[in-house]
Every structure is written in structure tokens, then in C-alpha cells.
Write a protein that binds this ligand. Structure first.
Ligand SMILES: Nc1ncnc2c1ncn2[C@@H]1O[C@H](COP(=O)(O)OP(=O)(O)O)[C@@H](O)[C@H]1O
Ligand SMILES: [Mg+2]
Length: 146
């Protein structure tokens, strides 16, 4: 069944770490229209932050680039947030999504739990990626709503 689109907001920002907090706040501001619980807001912010951080630190590494964030609200309080980068891509998405899998150097002390966190806080996480072209993460969650 196709759901009716109620509201939509797109953001584009440079892949620099100071924009992690911007993306969290933007997501919180977008879900506010649903009068969410504190837990729901925290869940969405955390998942978005993991996806955006990945785009910045893994997708582009030390290169310049742009992250696109599209937030959509469908009828039935169904939230969809898409985080896209045009970075290096993921050669094996299934392996990358396994808990504790990380390609980051040890000194960065990354947990490898970013995708696990996204999956635990959202209803659905889809990842499309092409090596050398980029990655698109789709996060979905139905909120309790007003
Ligand atoms: N946007 C992305 N672009 C390229 N590689 C990515 C991206 N997102 C995730 N990855 C790959 O998936 C791995 C697992 O991601 P994650 O679960 O967040 O763990 P961590 O970020 O701690 O390494 C990363 O180490 C990286 O290899
Ligand atoms: Mg991560």
C-alpha cells in the first residue's frame, strides 16, 4: 500500500563533523510536528547521527563532499529519513552491518555498532551502496503521534 506524503524537508551540507549535531537537531525539529515522546526523539536523533557520522568519516574519509538528508512524513505517523553520500561506498553491505564490523583504524576507537544502533532505534534500516559511487541509508519509524 502506498502511503500519502504529508510533509517533506531536504537538507544538504558539507561532510564535516560539526554537521553531525546539525543533522540531529534538524531531525528533532522535523519530528516535533508529531508531538513525539522524549524516547522517540532521542531514538531518531541517535539513528540519524550514526548514519551522518558514517557518511562523513567513512564515506568521504578525509575528502571533501556533500551529505544529503531527506526527511519525509507519511500518513499514519510514518517517518522516513534518507541519508545519502557520494563517497567511497561499501563493498559488502551485509558484512558492514554485522555488529562490531569496522574498517576504521584502531586509533579512531569506533565500535562497529553504528548500524546495530540504527536498527535497534528504528523500525527499518535499508542500505544501498555502490563501491566508488556512494551510499544511501533509509531509516523508517512509525511514531506514536498526536
Ligand atoms: N556511508 C558510508 N560509506 C562508506 N562506508 C561506510 C558507510 N557507512 C558505513 N560504512 C562501513 O560500514 C562499517 C560499519 O559501520 P558502523 O556499524 O557504523 O561502525 P563504525 O562506524 O563504528 O565503523 C564502517 O566501518 C565502514 O566500513
Ligand atoms: Mg559508524
Amino acid at each position: 500500500m502506498k502511503r500519502k506524503l504529508i510533509n517533506e524537508c531536504a537538507l544538504r551540507f558539507p561532510a564535516i563533523s560539526r554537521n553531525e549535531s546539525l543533522s540531529r537537531s534538524a531531525a528533532a525539529a522535523f519530528v516535533l510536528q508529531l508531538d513525539p515522546t522524549v524516547e522517540e526523539t532521542a531514538a531518531v536523533k541517535t539513528a540519524v547521527s550514526e548514519a551522518v557520522t558514517n557518511a562523513i568519516v567513512h564515506g568521504y574519509r578525509d575528502k571533501k563532499g556533500t551529505v544529503e538528508m531527506i526527511m519525509r512524513l507519511y500518513e499514519g505517523n510514518h517517518l522516513q529519513i534518507i541519508i545519502k553520500d557520494k563517497g567511497c561506498g561499501i563493498p559488502d553491505v551485509k558484512a558492514a552491518m554485522e555488529p562490531e564490523f569496522s574498517t576504521a583504524p584502531p586509533e579512531e576507537e569506533r565500535s562497529g555498532l553504528g548500524f546495530t544502533v540504527m536498527e535497534s532505534f528504528m523500525d527499518k534500516v535499508r542500505v544501498r551502496s555502490v563501491e566508488g559511487k556512494g551510499t544511501c541509508v533509509t531509516l523508517e519509524k512509525t511514531l506514536s503521534g498526536k
